[in-house]
Design a protein around this ligand. Structure first.
Ligand SMILES: [Mg+2]
Length: 228
């Protein structure tokens, strides 16, 4: 039975240096004429649909399905522009080597488990030329609660590969305590990486299966998932 690797995006595969933030701030202004201080939102490791609700509440707009939809549609329209301006984002150290190493192995499949909307994930990862590595995913479209996304990812993996992936052969990779928690709630192994806003020490306090400063050491990652 193959192993299942589920990747977070922001702070794990790529950094965008605030492109997503700027797109959200602009979306709120251009669609609702309001301004938001994104610094007031505990955004790291959250889903975009959860963040949308927080943004709307913070500026006193009703947190309705329509407002959330309108805000996120505006965000997705603006995001490609923001990905192209300001300090360029980048694929994080070791990621390309890992994605390529895992892609050619018959005993692994890899997908996404991300707080991005599916369209946002596609925009960001296409911009960085790594979208083609991921045949399926679980996204903020599935639920605003990250802890709900694990079961969606397992279901999609089963649909795609006609294999039931055991949670203990599933690895959730991410840069925040929320990633670790959403892996634990489905009994998956969790691999944390300190390329986002949290340090190795902070992540280790949440007891992931493993924690790395970054993924530059491909062999060390493969050992952790039992493929070395
Ligand atoms: Mg992240």
């Amino acid at each position: 039975m193959p192993k299942l690797i589920l990747w977070d995006i922001d702070g794990t595969i790529i950094v965008s240096h605030g492109a997503g933030f700027r797109a959200m701030v602009r979306a709120l202004t251009e669609r609702f004429g309001a301004t938001v201080d994104m610094g007031k939102i505990d955004w790291a490791g959250r889903t975009d649909s959860w963040i949308a609700g927080e943004v709307l509440r913070l500026v006193g707009l009703p947190d309705t399905l329509q407002n959330t939809h309108d805000f996120l549609e505006a965000y997705l329209e603006i995001l490609p522009q923001e990905l192209r301006v300001g300090r360029p984002g980048q694929v994080l150290p070791g990621i390309l080597e890992l994605l390529e190493t895992l892609r050619v192995r018959p005993d692994v499949v890899q997908g996404l488990l991300t707080g991005n909307l599916e369209r946002g994930a596609r925009l960001k990862l296409t911009h960085h030329k790594v979208w083609h590595y991921f045949a399926f995913g679980a996204y903020a479209d599935d639920s605003p609660r990250r802890n709900d996304l694990g079961p969606h990812a397992l279901r999609r993996a089963k649909e795609k590969y006609a294999v039931e992936f055991a949670p203990d052969r599933t690895f959730i990779i991410g840069d925040t305590p929320h990633d670790i928690e959403c892996g634990k709630v489905i009994g998956a192994q969790t691999i944390a990486v300190a390329t986002g806003k949290y340090s190795v020490t902070e992540l280790a306090a949440h007891n992931p299966s493993a924690v790395f400063p970054d993924f530059a050491d491909t062999a060390a990652f493969l050992r952790v998932i039992g493929l070395a």
